[in-house]
Each structure stands twice: as structure tokens, then as C-alpha cells.
Design a protein around this ligand. Structure first.
Ligand code: UD1
Length: 426
């Protein structure tokens, strides 16, 4: 298994291009199932999660071609052959469940495996099921699969979600585009990836209003058509790379970054003493004046502080001056990076959903293990600012959500390399 070896302690300077959003692309790809005409996605990220979704869509009979070095995805669901999303693929990635709504909408039936356990918490699908049932779907769980059908098609309805789930909002909105009549989704998630999905669906002929607010209204249409859509910037990759100069010192411009994708995160960086500036090309981040101050963080649905940046923020707080309290309110088991950071000398106490970090002057390199996607990149960030060498193992987690990490960070002066099984670099 590959490892990443990092020699810490270098200031960073230069530019890092930010890719299209993984989480947007993973919901835009299944939108192909809603139409028999071609859907083209540009600015797609090159990630293993995207390859997993490609594999899943192909297993349903869709055509998916990765063009221009993987940055353009040409999709077609002209001749689908199956409505069965198999456990062998779904278990690799929870976002596989995003085929449920589109399959139900277009074919009035779907069989989708439950994703199963996930390292960062239970992550059930009850909200997806309740929402689609409100649209008239009959869904039962048998043999680990959701068996869903909607004889005669889905029908628009009012549905209020108990919690603003991102995935459930996406599934319900996609399903409602082809339902008969009007759907009003209350307490909808407001994440930029949902706004991006709605923009794409609208380009495909859907009638939707209210994206980015808590109420989304969808007027069902008879059919959707083809479109070309540019995937929104990955705000989590953006926030991750903004933290690199904040941890190491120096100045880095994250190309394509926009502050409105990450307002609450940018406010926290500012409060900690990091300089954040919107430029015409992206976001410039600088840290020049010695040690940062500890800040407290509570993860919340958008526009709150994103749970997907909590681990990386913890890496920053490890060497800030004072005590930082990080409260995780979205996922119940999302501090697996804490004991790994402790191996590097961080002082962290975890009690339930709260982590208390007492900043130390400096972390020291150590062998550490990646446990999930965001945890893995938090270890890399911490290692970049640490004294000496860190070896991060199990980096396949990283490949799910970060393209060309070694190349992007090396270009701004970081010293790190990927070591293949039998030696040799990326
Ligand atoms: C998406 C993102 C993920 C991010 C998360 C929260 C994708 C592919 N993934 O995941 O990176 O961390 O949003 O911003 O876009 N829940 C239920 N019942 C449900 C659905 C969810 O109880 O039916 C709970 C989950 O267990 C979790 C919380 O709601 O505690 C948030 O989940 P949700 O917003 O659905 O996240 P995902 O769409 O899975």
C-alpha cells in the first residue's frame, strides 16, 4: 500500500489550482439517469470516488467516457439495462445511493443496496426513504437492499425533512423533476453542491426554484433533455489547501476559490490570525506574524462550518496559542484523526462529540495512519508544519477526494513524496 513521506517545516509560496467539487460531481453524474439524452460535465475532478460512480453507472447500462484527461465526463443513459445498484459497488461509497431517486423517477423502480457501515458514523437513509415515499414510492428493505417502486410514476407532494440532509435533498429533488405535479421540500439542505445540482437540472429542462434556501419547489415535467454543465469549485479541497500556508507560514493563492463558498470557515481563519483575501483569481492566504490564536469551532449544515473541514481545522489548532474546542454535530464518530495527531505530539482530549485541543509550540514527525478521507489530509497538513519526517500510510483514503496532492503541494514548496509499494515515487 502506498505511503506519503513528508519532510515538514517549510514555508509555502505560490499557487494551487482547485479542482471541481467531488461531492457535486457525485450527484451530477447520477442525474444522467433522468434523461435519454447526453449529459456532459466539465471541470470534473480526477478521483477514485468518481471512478466508483462511473463503475456503478456503467453497471446500470449507462455510458460514461472520461475525456480530456478525466476533466470532462460524457454520460449517456440512452440504453439502460438494469435498475440494480449492487452491494459490491455501493459498499465502497455511500454516495452510490444517489442513483435511487433518478432511477425511481425515470423507470419507476430501483433496487439499491444499503451502503452499510461507515467509518465516520451510522449514516442511515431514513430521510431519503421518507421523502421518496412522500412522492408515492413504495420502498421496502429486503436482503440488505432497498426495493423501491412507483407504479404509475411519482407524484409531487409537500415534504418537510427532520434534518437538512444533503444526500436526501439531492435524491428527492432529482426524483421530483419527473414527478407529476408540484413538490415542495421543506428544511432542504442549502449546500453549494445542491445549488450546483439544481443549476444542472435546470439546464436539462427541470423547473425548480429556491435552491440555496430552506425551501425548494419543483414543478414536475414530462422529460428532461441533454445539457453541458461545469462542476462548481470544490470548497473542501479549497479550505484544505487554504490551511496549508496557515499551518506552515508563507503565502498561497488558491486559484478558483471564492469566499462565499466558505464564509464561516474564512471567519474562523481570520479570528485565528490568518490573512484571507479574495483576489480576481481566487483566495490568497498568508500567515506572517508568528503564532496563531486558538478558536472554537462547531460543525453545522451550510452555511455553518463544514464537518468536512473539521479534521483539517484541528490540525491548525494543534499549534495555535491557547485551547480550542471543536464540536462535531453532523457525524458521531469523526475524531479518528485525534489519536494520530497525538502521535505527532498534539494535546487533544476527546469527550463524545467534542475535542479539546491545547496548542503546543510544534508538532514532531511520526509514522501515522489515515483512517478516512478528511482525516488523511489533516495528517498531511499537520506533517507539513511539523519538525522532521512523517510517514502517512493507508493513503488510498486520500485518493477518494484529493487529486494530485503531492504535485499540488510540491509546487508551492512543500517537501513530500508518494512511495509505491516496492519503493519509487509518484
Ligand atoms: C454529504 C457529503 C459529505 C458531508 C455531508 C455533510 C456527499 C457525497 N457527501 O454526505 O462529504 O460530510 O454531506 O455535509 O455529498 N442522516 C440521517 N438519515 C438520512 C440521511 C442522513 O440520519 O436519511 C444523518 C447522517 O447520519 C448524518 C447527517 O444526517 O449524521 C448528515 O448526513 P447527510 O447530510 O445526509 O450527508 P451525506 O449526504 O451522506
Amino acid at each position: 500500500m502506498d505511503q506519503i513521506v513528508i519532510e515538514g517545516g517549510r514555508e509555502l509560496s505560490g499557487e494551487i489550482p482547485i479542482a471541481g467539487a467531488k461531492n457535486a460531481c457525485l450527484t451530477l453524474m447520477p442525474a444522467t439517469l433522468l434523461t435519454d439524452q447526453p449529459l456532459t460535465l466539465t471541470n470534473a475532478p480526477r478521483l477514485s470516488d468518481i471512478r466508483t460512480m462511473t463503475e456503478l453507472l456503467r453497471s446500470l447500462g449507462a455510458e460514461v467516457a472520461a475525456l480530456q484527461d478525466g476533466q470532462v465526463l460524457a454520460l449517456s443513459s440512452h440504453d439502460l439495462t438494469s435498475h440494480h445498484a449492487d452491494y459490491e459497488i455501493v459498499r465502497k461509497m455511500r454516495a452510490s445511493n444517489l442513483v435511487l431517486g433518478p432511477l425511481l423517477a425515470r423507470f419507476h423502480r430501483a433496487e439499491v443496496s444499503l451502503p452499510g457501515g461507515c467509518a465516520i458514523g451510522a449514516r442511515p437513509m431514513d430521510l431519503h426513504i421518507e421523502g421518496l415515499s412522500a412522492l408515492g414510492a413504495e420502498i421496502e428493505l429486503r436482503d440488505g437492499y432497498l426495493h423501491a417502486k412507483a407504479p404509475g410514476g411519482l407524484k409531487g407532494a409537500r415534504f418537510e425533512m427532520r434534518f437538512a440532509s444533503v444526500g436526501a435533498t439531492e435524491n428527492i429533488v432529482m426524483a421530483a423533476t419527473l414527478a407529476k405535479g408540484t413538490t415542495v421540500l421543506g428544511n432542504a439542505a442549502r449546500e453549494p453542491e445542491i445549488v450546483d445540482l439544481v443549476r444542472c437540472l435546470r439546464a436539462m429542462g427541470a423547473q425548480i426554484e429556491g435552491e440555496g434556501t430552506g425551501t425548494i419547489t419543483i414543478e414536475g415535467v414530462d422529460a428532461l433533455h441533454g445539457a453541458t454543465h461545469e462542476v462548481v469549485t470544490d470548497r473542501i479541497e479549497l479550505g484544505t489547501y487554504m490551511l496549508a500556508p496557515a499551518i506552515c507560514g508563507g503565502e498561497v493563492e488558491c486559484l478558483g476559490g471564492r469566499v462565499e463558498l466558505l464564509e464561516s470557515f474564512c471567519e474562523k481563519l481570520d479570528a485565528a490570525g490568518v490573512q484571507v483575501e479574495q483576489t480576481p483569481h481566487g483566495i490568497k492566504v498568508a500567515r506572517r506574524n508568528g503564532r496563531l490564536s486558538a478558536v472554537d469551532v462547531v460543525t453545522e449544515p451550510f452555511p455553518g462550518f463544514p464537518t468536512d473541514l473539521q479534521a483539517q481545522m484541528m490540525a491548525l489548532m494543534c499549534t495555535a496559542d491557547g485551547v480550542s474546542v471543536l464540536e462535531e454535530r453532523i457525524f458521531e464518530n469523526r475524531f479518528m484523526h485525534a489519536p494520530e495527531l497525538a502521535r505527532m505530539g498534539a494535546q487533544i482530549e476527546v469527550h463524545g462529540g467534542t475535542a479539546r485541543v491545547t496548542g503546543v509550540e510544534r508538532l514532531r514527525g511520526a509514522p501515522v495512519m489515515a483512517t478516512d478521507l478528511r482525516a488523511s489530509v489533516s495528517l498531511i497538513l499537520a506533517a507539513l508544519g511539523a519538525e522532521g519526517e512523517t510517514v502517512v500510510s493507508r493513503v488510498y483514503h486520500l485518493d477518494r477526494g484529493y487529486e494530485r496532492v503531492v504535485r499540488k503541494l510540491s509546487a508551492v514548496g512543500a517537501k513530500l513524496s508518494r512511495v509505491k509499494d516496492g519503493g519509487g515515487d509518484e
